[in-house]
Design a binder for this molecule. Structure first.
Ligand code: SF4
Ligand code: SF4
Length: 163
């Protein structure tokens, strides 16, 4: 099973290797805030910590609520970025009927300027959103990823109350 999951990660990483949210480096807008604040940790997807084992220098911890967190030092090899970094600041929201929609990740609200959709210069590239949609349509065919995206969708939606 793990072999199959690792294959899935390899493919997903490749699809999300070069694509970026904007047509230029969005780190210029905020001095790479999401990486600088990476010490708070990026959530890893199921078995991703094992897939990354030996590939990353970042620390990986297991949290009490059952998630794995990658704690980086604000810099990394691009090829070893976890999925959460590759899709940031978006998230594939999965509702209880199984509908998938890629939208701004509310957890990024306190740091990421890409939430301001009324500024044309920083409109998130449609192809970035489409690529995430495609990758996660495929990933959520597996119950492991389906359940994980459902769980995080509920957690993120819960945050709406505070915004
Ligand atoms: S915080 Fe947002 S704008 Fe800044 S580098 Fe990260 S994704 Fe780009
Ligand atoms: S792992 Fe890399 S891309 Fe992700 S937050 Fe850390 S430095 Fe940024």
């Amino acid at each position: 099973m793990k072999k199959q999951i690792f294959k899935i990660y390899k493919k997903a990483y490749k699809s999300l290797e070069k694509i970026t949210p904007l047509y230029f480096d969005c780190g210029q807008l905020c001095s790479n805030k999401c990486c600088k604040q990476g010490s708070e940790g990026m959530y890893l997807f199921p078995y991703e910590s094992e897939y990354l084992y030996g590939k990353t220098n970042s620390q990986i911890i297991h949290t009490n609520n059952g998630f794995d967190l990658l704690l980086c030092k604000g810099e990394c090899e691009r090829s070893t970025r976890p999925l959460a970094c590759r899709i940031f600041p978006m998230f594939p929201y999965l509702d209880e009927k199984g509908n998938l929609e890629v939208k701004f990740d509310l957890r990024a609200k306190s740091i990421c300027p890409l939430q301001y959709t009324d500024i044309p210069e920083i409109t998130i590239e449609k192809k970035f959103i489409r690529r995430i949609q495609r990758v996660f349509k495929s990933l959520t065919k597996y119950s492991l990823f389906y359940d994980y995206c459902r769980k995080l969708t509920d957690e993120i939606n819960f945050l709406k109350k505070f915004y």
